[in-house]
Design a protein. Structure first.
Length: 372
């Protein structure tokens, strides 16, 4: 196994699936002098210890009435402080928090440590490999599955193996990357760039922003990664028809990272080129500037290093690898399948928006570095 250092170039959100309700499951606090603001996630067990089991019904009634949780705890534990019943605290990078807000929680392990699952890293690498080796002309007939629906599953089976047991990505092993406690921040994601033909390519900010817990930028973690080439060769030699063909780009970690970096380079350069066309019309300067920062990080990568985009708000092109854009039926079938029952979006370019945080920052970029 190779040791890989992961450095967050931007905030990263891998969701736990939970949405925390403001004033019930999280609160905000502010330092008097510096005016720094923080989000504190509530620990139910600590509240129960403070107010007592005899007041559980009062607590439930307080939640139903959407009462301020700090006021409720003070009623039964007058000397208590928010630190006495909060689980974790993180800086808040958002202008305001409303009563209807929810916090999209990032994934933590059983000890409350934030992490990026190895499956998320592996999935993003798989997308990069797929996009780099696929020939649209060859797979054109395979994007429609047996149910008549648009899907990449048949394409992946064709390239990587007919089923999970035959899939060559069985031989790419990636461990979880655990970050330090306290590396989380709270940001507000918006639809930063949203363009329609009817509005003459004028952007619109989304009216439904989302408060999100994320691992902050410039945080470091480590994981284990291995391309099990010897095991693959043994299986392929003894059961040649039972396993797919290993792409040449997966013969070593260094070669794999080179492919990933070239894939990210291509997508970032295409994003910059796209928005440069509209730069003077829609004020995409900030987005372009941030993408240039990522482009510089990609170009600075040495052998055994790469930049990868993962997690929430990565965007359609980065999530899919954008290889489908070269299919002849992209506009007629792929786009419509990606917008089921959303004909109202037909006037928008595809993909129609780019998600940023409220300060104009990108999300989802990490740097992987092979450790000697």
């Amino acid at each position: 196994m190779s040791k890989i250092k992961i450095t967050t170039l931007t905030p990263i959100h891998i969701g736990s699936g939970s949405f925390l309700q403001y004033n019930t499951e999280f609160i905000t606090t502010e330092k008097k002098i510096s005016k720094e603001r923080f989000v504190r996630v509530i620990d139910d067990r600590k509240i129960l210890a403070l107010v007592g089991e005899e007041h559980v019904n009062d607590w439930l009634l307080s939640i139903e009435r959407m009462e301020d949780i700090k006021a409720f705890v003070k009623r039964y534990a007058p000397e208590s402080k928010v630190t006495d019943y909060s689980d974790r605290c993180m800086p808040l990078f958002a202008d305001d928090v409303k009563g209807t807000d929810t916090l999209k929680e990032c994934i933590h392990d059983g000890f409350g440590v934030p992490y990026i699952p190895g499956s998320s890293i592996k999935g993003a690498i798989r997308t990069a490999v797929l996009a780099s080796i696929v020939d649209p002309k060859v797979v054109q007939s395979k994007v429609v599955n047996k149910y008549g629906r648009i899907s990449a599953s048949e394409v992946e089976k064709f390239l990587f193996g007919k089923d999970p047991n035959a899939d060559v990505f069985r031989f790419l092993h990636v461990g979880d990357a655990y970050f330090d406690k306290g590396s989380e921040i709270a940001i507000r994601l918006i639809m930063g760039l949203n363009v329609t033909q009817r509005d003459s390519l004028i952007p619109k900010n989304d009216t439904k922003p989302q408060l999100v817990e994320a691992i902050a930028f410039d945080e470091e973690a480590y994981c284990q990664l291995k391309v099990a080439t010897e095991y693959y060769s043994m299986v392929k030699r003894t059961m040649p028809d039972a396993i797919g063909d290993m792409p040449q780009q997966m013969t070593s970690v260094q070669v794999l990272f080179e492919l990933v970096n070239e894939h990210t380079l291509k997508l970032v350069e295409e994003e910059i080129a796209l928005w440069e066309e509209y730069k003077n019309k829609i004020g995409a300067d900030e987005y372009i500037e941030k993408m240039h920062d990522i482009l510089a990080a990609v170009k600075q990568c040495k052998l055994g290093e790469c930049v990868l985009r993962i997690g929430h708000a990565s965007g359609w092109r980065f999530i899919t690898g954008a290889w489908a854009e070269d299919l002849s039926n992209f506009d007629t079938d792929i786009v419509s399948a990606s917008r089921p029952q959303n004909a109202k979006y037909s006037e928008y370019m595809f993909p129609k928006s780019r998600r940023l945080d409220s300060d104009g920052e990108l999300v989802g970029f990490v740097k992987l570095s092979l450790q000697s």
